[in-house]
Design a protein around this ligand. Structure first.
Ligand SMILES: Nc1ncnc2c1ncn2[C@@H]1O[C@H](COP(=O)(O)OP(=O)(O)O)[C@@H](O)[C@H]1O
Ligand SMILES: [Mg+2]
Length: 347
């Protein structure tokens, strides 16, 4: 018999670090329900996001340190509680915990594709996810998610559409098809406030917002109408696109919104048959920009025809082709975004 006590178990677990938050599990308050039966130990680890990629490593390290103090069988139960951005709760009295803006310096770089796939990836990992399509110039998220109308609303709040486990609301649902809308500042502001407060989002860990491209007045109004936990900037690897993305970064800096990182989209593609690498729009630009600006590089999504086909068919690639390199890259980016949010909220 090793005479285990809860104190001994916790002292041992102080030697296990959360690899992304860089503190130990006990300091981070992640250990709950320690139970000891003879030499058998069980406890719960509370993750800060269900999108945590490193549970296997934490499990092994926990088992190792507990074996050292004589534990025989170790049973770990996992749950997650995503920490909240308090500014959102204070300003809006809503039930979502974090807001993530997806932005780009110009159109056509795959901002909406990234937004839709990140949302689906996080939902698949078990998070409560909303997707707000606020791109007033080209609200095409419903198309990419295979949704063309809102469900009928029964209560006094608008019921969002549901696709791939993601609750979805779009500017497109407010517009007449084929009718141009001229959005003025106050209209944008009130539409966004309505989306945030009059939609029945339920409990959301992450609300992902597809912003219009660029850094004009509309973008500014939008970014100021919502308390943003952080922003993801999407760019292609070329220098021109990078110059545009730079402007986007500067805008968020001015608004004091944290940059979660840069996503390079339409990056080098590896032909699965020949193994040949095709760098249609160049290579390494996203990483170079992140280095230069000292913001995190979140990853590169290859230019892959399957991404476009998935988008056109209303089937995001992380759902339809999870084994593809593009889907894998998007999943990893989703995990990195979630980890950055946890770090920001725990700081
Ligand atoms: N990694 C990619 N590989 C291939 N096609 C892509 C990729 N990312 C986006 N696309 C396609 O490029 C077009 C523009 O993407 P979209 O997400 O609508 O850009 P944005 O929202 O920035 O204007 C769409 O047809 C989309 O399917
Ligand atoms: Mg778009």
């Amino acid at each position: 018999m090793a005479n285990l006590t809860e104190e001994l178990v916790l002292a041992a677990l102080r030697n296990v670090r959360e690899p992304e938050l860089h503190k130990d599990l006990v300091t981070l308050n992640m250990i709950r329900d320690v139970k000891i039966k003879g030499d058998d130990v069980s406890f719960t680890i509370v993750l800060t996001t269900p999108a945590c990629p490193l549970t296997a490593q934490m499990e092994q390290n926990s088992k190792d340190v507990l074996a050292q103090i004589g534990a025989r069988k170790v049973d770990i139960h996992w749950i997650s509680e995503v920490p909240s951005d308090q500014r959102i709760i204070d300003r809006l009295q809503v039930t979502f915990h974090n807001t993530i803006a997806i932005s780009s310096g110009k159109g056509g770089v795959g901002k909406s594709t990234v937004a839709a796939n990140l949302a689906v990836a996080l939902a698949k990992m078990g998070a409560g996810v909303g997707l707000l399509d606020a791109d007033i110039y080209g609200p095409n998220i419903p198309l990419m998610m295979g949704v063309d109308h809102l469900p009928r609303t029964t209560g006094d709040k608008i019921t969002p559409a549901l696709a791939y486990g993601v609750r979805l609301m779009s500017m497109a649902f407010l517009m007449q098809p084929d009718q141009p809308v001229i959005w003025r500042g106050p209209m944008i502001h009130s539409a966004i406030r309505q989306f945030l407060t009059d939609v029945d989002w339920g409990q959301l860990d992450y609300l992902i917002i597809d912003l219009p491209p660029g850094t004009g007045d509309a973008q500014l109004t939008l970014a100021q109408s919502v308390p943003l936990t952080g922003a993801v900037v999407v760019t292609t690897p070329q220098e021109v696109a990078l110059a545009d993305a730079l402007k986007g970064l500067k805008m968020f800096e001015k608004l004091e919104v944290d940059i979660l990182g840069i996503v390079e989209n339409m990056g080098p593609y590896i032909d699965p048959k020949t193994g040949q690498k095709i760098a249609f729009f160049g290579e390494g630009g996203g990483q170079r920009m992140a280095d230069r600006l000292q913001v995190p590089f979140l990853g590169s999504v290859p230019l892959d025809p399957a991404v476009r086909e998935g988008g056109d068919a209303g089937q995001p690639i992380v759902s339809s082709r999870p084994e593809s390199l593009a889907a894998q890259a998007l999943n990893q980016i989703a995990q990195k975004v979630a980890a950055r949010i946890s770090v920001l909220n725990l700081e």
